[in-house]
Design a binder for this molecule. Structure first.
Ligand code: DOR
Ligand code: ZN
Length: 437
C-alpha cells in the first residue's frame, strides 16, 4: 500500500477557492478546506496550481516491440507521466504489428509492470496492417489487454468493404475503430500539404481531399453498420465540417486533433527541416483556425498527441526521406494552453474535457476522466498554469528527441501526476514501480 497524498490549496478545474484534496490508494478520500494530514501522508503544496483529472491519450506510439532504440513502454510511460497522463493508448504499428493477443497482452502487462501510466494496447484492424485481412479482433478484445480500440494507424483501412466489415465486427464486440483517414491513391509520394507552400518548395502534395473523402466515406459506413467510428488526427477545416454534418445525421462519429495541428502550419516547411514532416501534414493557417474552433465548439471531441518517436538519423535527413511524426506527450498540455486557453477558446473545465473526460468516454474507460469528487478514482494531475519553460528535446524522458518545439518558451507545467493514489511524476521526476530499466 502506498502512503496517502495530500494536495494543499489547489483549485480543482481552476475554479473557486483553493481546497485540500486527500488521495487514498484508489479513491479521492476528502476535498475541503483544512483537511487533516494523516501521519504518513506525502503533502504537496498546490498553492497557485490547478487540479485536473489525469489526461488520457488515445493516440501514442511507444515503438515496443521492434524499435526500442527510439522508445519503449518504459520510456514512453515516463514521458506520459511527466506530461500529466494517467492512461495512454499504444498504437499497433509496432514490429511485429500488434495484430494478435500475444502482442497486445505483452504491451498491457509491461505497462502494468512499469506502473507509470495505464498502457492500453490498440489492436490492428488488419493482419500486419496489410489492409486485406481482418485481424482477430475478438481474441485481442478477450485477452488480458482487453483491447477496446482497433486501428491500422500509420495506414488507412482504405478498402471500403473491409472497413465496412471491421465496423460491423467492432460493433458486435462493443469496441471502437479509429481510422487514419488517408486515401492512399491520393497521397502516393506525398510529403507535405498540397498548397502554395509545397508547390513553391517543390514538395509532393497531400490534398485535403485525401483525408476528407475517407472521413465522409467512413461516416456513411458507420451509419449503415450502426457502428461508431473515431477519426484520428483531424487536420483540415473540411474534416471539421464533415464531422459536424455526420452528427446532424445521428452518426456515431468522434474525432481527435493533435497539439501540433493546433499550433503549426505549413509555413514551417520553408527550412526543409525533416522535424516538421508528419502525417497528416501540417496544413494552412485557415485549417489551424478551424481546428481550434472545432475543438472549442465540441465538434472535435478531444486532443490526442500522436506521439511519434523517431531516431535522429530518420529525422535529420532530406525532407522527403524523413520519417513522419513528432513527439507529443511532454508538450501536449503546454500546446493546449498556448493555442486554446490563452486565446480564451477553452477554460480549465474545457481542458479537462478534451484531454481527459471525452477521450475516456470515447473508449469506455470507467476509471479515467472522472469528476474530481470524493469516491472517484485518484487519477489526477496538478498543473502550474503560470510556469514557463523552454523546450529541450534532450531533457525529455523519451528516448527520441524529435520535437518541433525545440527552444520555444511554452506556458504551463505539470507538477505532479497521480495514478490510483500513487505519485508517478513530480517536478519532472518519475517513479516507476519496477525502478526503471
Ligand atoms: O506522423 C505520423 N507518424 N503519422 C502516423 O500516422 C504514424 C506515425 C508514426 O508511427 O510514426
Ligand atoms: Zn495516423
Amino acid at each position: 500500500m502506498s502512503s496517502q497524498v495530500l494536495i494543499r490549496n489547489a483549485r480543482p478545474y481552476g475554479e473557486g477557492d483553493p481546497v485540500d484534496v486527500l488521495l487514498g490508494d484508489e479513491q479521492i478520500l476528502a476535498i475541503g478546506a483544512d483537511v487533516a494530514a494523516p501521519t504518513d501522508a506525502v503533502v504537496i503544496d498546490g498553492a497557485g496550481q490547478i487540479l485536473l483529472p489525469g489526461f488520457v491519450d488515445l493516440h501514442t506510439h511507444l515503438r515496443e516491440p521492434g524499435r526500442e532504440d527510439t522508445e519503449t513502454i518504459d520510456s514512453g510511460s515516463a514521458a506520459a507521466a511527466r506530461g500529466g497522463f494517467t492512461a495512454v493508448f499504444a498504437m499497433a504499428n509496432t514490429d511485429p504489428v500488434a495484430d494478435s493477443a500475444v502482442i497486445t497482452d505483452h504491451v498491457w502487462r509491461r505497462g502494468r509492470e512499469v506502473g507509470l501510466v495505464d498502457v492500453h494496447p490498440v489492436g490492428a484492424v488488419t493482419v500486419g496492417l496489410g489492409g486485406t485481412q481482418l485481424a482477430e479482433m475478438g481474441a485481442m478484445a478477450a485477452g488480458v489487454g482487453q483491447v477496446r480500440m482497433f486501428s491500422d494507424d500509420g495506414k488507412c483501412v482504405s478498402d471500403p468493404l473491409l472497413m465496412r466489415r471491421a465496423l460491423e465486427y467492432a460493433s458486435s464486440l462493443g469496441v471502437l475503430i479509429a481510422q487514419h483517414a488517408e486515401e492512399p491513391r491520393l497521397t502516393d509520394g506525398a510529403v507535405a500539404h498540397e498548397g502554395p507552400t509545397a508547390a513553391r518548395l517543390g514538395l509532393a502534395g497531400w490534398p485535403r481531399a485525401a483525408e476528407e473523402s475517407i472521413v465522409a466515406r467512413d461516416a456513411l459506413l458507420a451509419r449503415d453498420a450502426g457502428a461508431r467510428v473515431h477519426i484520428c488526427h483531424a487536420s483540415t477545416a473540411g474534416t471539421v465540417e464533415l464531422v459536424k454534418w455526420a452528427r446532424t445525421q445521428g452518426i456515431a462519429i468522434s474525432a481527435e486533433v493533435t497539439p501540433h495541428h493546433l499550433l503549426l502550419d505549413d509555413s514551417r516547411l520553408e527550412t526543409y527541416d525533416g522535424i516538421n514532416r508528419v502525417n497528416p501534414p501540417l496544413r494552412e493557417r485557415s485549417d489551424v483556425e478551424a481546428l481550434r474552433r472545432g475543438l472549442a465548439d465540441g465538434v472535435l471531441d478531444c486532443v490526442a498527441t500522436d506521439h511519434a518517436p523517431h531516431a535522429e538519423q530518420d529525422k535529420c535527413c532530406e525532407f522527403s526521406q524523413a520519417r513522419p511524426g513528432m513527439l507529443g506527450l511532454e508538450t501536449a498540455l503546454s500546446i493546449v494552453i498556448e493555442t486554446m486557453v490563452r486565446p480564451g477558446l477553452l477554460d480549465w473545465r474545457g481542458v479537462a474535457k478534451v484531454m481527459s473526460e471525452r477521450p475516456a468516454q470515447i473508449v469506455g474507460l470507467d476509471d479515467q476522466g472522472r469528476p474530481l469528487e470524493v469516491g472517484e478514482p485518484a487519477n489526477i494531475v496538478l498543473v502550474d498554469p503560470d510556469a514557463e519553460w523552454i523546450v529541450r528535446g534532450h531533457d525529455f524522458a523519451s528516448i527520441s528527441h524529435n520535437t518541433p518545439y525545440e527552444d520555444m518558451t511554452l506556458p504551463g507545467r505539470v507538477t505532479a501526476t497521480v495514478l490510483r493514489g500513487r505519485i508517478t511524476a513530480r517536478d519532472g521526476n518519475v517513479f516507476p514501480l519496477d525502478g526503471g530499466r
